[in-house]
Design a protein around this ligand. Structure first.
Ligand code: MG
Length: 355
C-alpha cells in the first residue's frame, strides 16, 4: 500500500523518533491493514484529519504536543517514493533555519495565460521552485503558526506557506522528481511502471523417519500407510520444507526457531499452522508468494494418486491459485535412507515478490 511505503521510508530513517499518521475518519481499518507488519515501536496511534489538508496537519501537530518534539517533518502520505537522502537534507537544513522544505527547480518554461489562453508573458523560471514534502520545522514554531492561521481563518495549501505567513524563514532543499505526489490515475500508473518489484527465493529441506503407525501427513493431506512419520508435530515433512522455503525467502530464520520442538504447544500440531505463520510473516514483510514447488523423496507411499489433493490443499492454505503450486515426487532408486524406506525427505522452493 502507498501509505505503508511512505511510513516505512520514515521509520527506516535515522533521526526519526516517531511517525504520526493522520487518517480520514472511517479509515481506521484500512490504516490497520496498511501498517500491518511495520515496526510499531515508533509508530504512534493514528489521529483523524479535518476537512482540509491544513486542518489535518493541525490535528497531527496537536497530537504531537504530548511528546513535545524539537522538530517535525510534515509529509504527504501520497509521496511514497521519498528517499532517505531527501529526508536527511531537510533535517540538515533545519539545523540552520526554522523551516526547510524539499522542492524542485522548474525545468519547463513558464507562461502566464491571458484572455482566451493567449500567452500574456513568459515568466522568469530561475527563481521558481515546485514545493514537495517533507516540509520540516521547529515544532513549537510551526504549531504556533498553525494555531494562529486557524484562529485568523487563513487557508494555505502547504505548511511552508503558513510558516511564511507567520514570518518564519523557510529554506528550499533539493527534492527529487521521483518524490512525486500521486494525485491522478496517471500518476499511479507511472509509479507502477517505474517500480520494479524485488524477487526473493527461499529453499527448504526436511526429513522425518518412519515409526509404527497407519498414516502419514504429506502436504496437509492424510494418507493411509503402513507406517507413520515420527515427529513432535504431525511430522508433515513436505509442509516443513515449504515453511522453511518461505521463511528463507524473507530471511526470517527457520521452522525450528519459530516452533521449537521443546514447546508443548506444537506437540501433535497440524503443520498447517507453521505454514500459515510463515505466510503471515511473508505478508508482514510486504511480500506476496510468487510460486511454490515441493519435491517429495520416498519409495512409499505413492504420491501420484494424491498429488491433486496436495496441490489443492497447499493452494488453499496459502491463498494461491493452483497454477502457482507444484507438487513433485521421486524415488531415490532404492539408494540411501529413503531408498531403504527408513523415512521421507522433502525439498521446497518458494518465490516471494516484495512490493
Ligand atoms: Mg520437520
Amino acid at each position: 500500500m502507498v501509505l505503508a511505503r511512505t511510513v516505512r521510508a520514515f521509520l527506516a530513517q535515522p533521526g526519526i523518533d516517531a511517525v504520526q499518521v493522520v487518517v480520514g475518519e472511517g479509515d481506521a481499518d484500512q490504516y490497520g491493514a496498511a501498517v500491518e507488519g511495520l515496526d510499531r515501536s515508533q509508530l504512534l496511534p493514528p489521529v483523524y484529519g479535518g476537512l482540509t489538508r491544513q486542518a489535518s496537519v493541525h490535528n497531527g501537530l496537536e497530537a504531537l504536543k504530548a511528546y513535545m518534539p524539537d522538530r517535525v517533518l510534515i509529509h504527504d502520505a501520497v509521496r511514497p517514493f521519498v528517499t532517505g537522502d531527501i529526508i536527511a537534507r531537510v533535517l540538515e537544513a533545519l539545523a540552520q533555519a526554522p523551516g526547510a522544505i524539499a522542492a524542485m527547480p522548474v525545468a519547463d518554461t513558464l507562461k502566464q495565460a491571458g484572455a482566451e489562453r493567449r500567452i500574456a508573458a513568459t515568466l522568469d523560471r530561475s527563481q521558481v521552485w515546485r514545493a514537495q514534502t517533507p516540509q520540516g520545522f521547529r515544532f513549537p514554531e510551526i504549531l504556533a503558526a498553525h494555531d494562529a492561521a486557524q484562529a485568523a481563518g487563513i487557508a494555505m495549501t502547504d505548511d511552508a506557506a503558513i510558516a511564511e505567513w507567520a514570518g518564519l524563514p523557510v529554506t528550499l532543499v533539493m527534492g527529487a522528481e521521483r518524490n512525486r505526489k500521486l494525485t491522478t490515475a496517471e500518476d499511479l500508473a507511472m509509479a507502477d511502471d517505474a517500480h520494479i518489484p524485488e524477487m526473493r527465493v527461499g529453499q527448504g529441506f526436511d526429513v522425518h523417519r518412519f515409526a509404527p503407525g497407519d498414516h502419514v501427513w504429506l502436504c496437509g493431506v492424510k494418507l493411509a500407510h503402513t507406517h507413520a512419520l515420527q515427529g513432535h508435530s504431525d511430522a508433515d515433512v513436505a509442509l516443513h520444507a515449504l515453511t522453511d522455503a518461505l521463511l528463507g525467502a524473507i530471511g526470517a530464520g527457520d521452522i525450528g526457531q519459530h516452533f521449537p520442538d521443546t514447546d508443548v504447544r506444537w506437540k501433535g500440531a497440524p503443520s498447517r499452522l507453521f505454514l500459515e505463520e510463515a505466510l503471515r510473516l511473508v505478508r508482514a514483510h510486504g511480500g506476496s508468494i510468487g510460486n511454490v514447488d515441493v519435491t517429495i523423496l520416498c519409495e512409499t507411499p505413492k504420491i501420484a494418486p494424491h498429488r491433486a489433493a496436495m496441490r489443492r490443499r497447499i493452494a488453499e492454505i496459502l491463498g494461491l491459485e493452483e497454477v502457482r503450486v507444484s507438487i513433485k515426487a521421486t524415488t531415490t532408486e532404492g539408494l540411501g535412507f529413503t531408498g531403504r524406506r527408513e523415512g521421507i525427505a522433502a525439498l521446497a522452493t518458494a518465490t516471494v515478490v516484495l512490493r
